[in-house]
Design a protein around this ligand. Sequence first.
Ligand code: ADP
Length: 359
Amino acid sequence: MKWNRIVFKLGGTIILLFLVVLLPVGFVIDQIFSGLVKVLASTEGIKQSVQDIRDLLVLAGIGAFFLALGLTFVISRKLSNPLIQMEEATRKIAKGNLETRVQVISGDEIGSLAHAINDLALDLQRYRDTRSEFLANISHELRTPMTYLEGYAKVVKEGLYETEEERNRYLDIIHQETFRLSHLIHDLFELSKMEEGKIGLNMEWIDLVEVIENVTLKAELKAREKGLEIKAGLQRDLPMVYADGLRMEQIILNLMDNAIRYTEKGSITVQTKRANANEITIVIEDTGIGIPKHELSKIYERFHRVEKSRSREYGGTGLGLAIVKRLVELQNGTIEVSSEVHRGTRFTMTFPIKAKEGG
Ligand code: ADP
């Protein structure tokens, strides 16, 4: 079999016209060629097929291109839509619209970003609410003594009293309220310093027993005035503790002041002992009015008072325990409270000894 091509040359272009096949037929007898079949096939059909395939390929290419474009668009929309939503939400949050939330649909990185934005908005909302509440509390706390000061100063100034004794009573109130105001301002200042992390602790090796004895001396006068006894149970061979001596004194004095303030009869007991190899415990216990169970978790909140109506009578600022808790935690300690109404309250603090005994 033999393939041949009939080609024409037109100018520089070769034009294939036919495909030729030559095939001998019959037998070649005695070297005599008896015949052959010659098939001529036009290349037109083949060319057409090639053209069709080419067209199909081009079409498929164009189709694939548009399909890819469409897919890219859909995917990019799917990816960018939540990002656009988040951008809008953060702008709203920045403008103060803190109720704004982003819808969390996916569980991937975008989903966790949306979660983070929602958490941030929630935190800011909480912060704003507590700040407003705090400011409202401060103004209320400041207003009350100011009203007393204004009223009694006017009474004294205008001579609206009958006896010298009465005048002295009014002056006493003015004195007490001035003291309460300066105490409140001092406490507020302390708290704000702590919250800004600006409070510096002067950590050193201290003897807790010595600190407690100092505080007891200071508190004794107030206790005696109320007919209360202060009992101290101090373990003598305690190791030194790495803490800020003055702050520790402030913590214990605050708790003892409260114990005296909220106890009408009985005693205040202060104990210190070794809890275990690494910790020391300080317990301050009173036989006072106690705190109802449902109030126990709230007493460390700023301005929280168990009995609002009686708070003036007792004369606290409502900030004492908030300060105590922060100071304890700053020194890596813990504070717990247990109480029974009309029976008494017990505060238990635990501090790490840290490093070797004896300092
Ligand atoms: P305050 O200056 O009013 O005493 P604190 O922050 O020291 O504020 O205490 C918060 C509240 O916890 C008090 O108002 C009081 O109701 C309650 N409390 C604190 N200590 C005692 C205690 N030893 N006995 C009874 N109630 C107490």
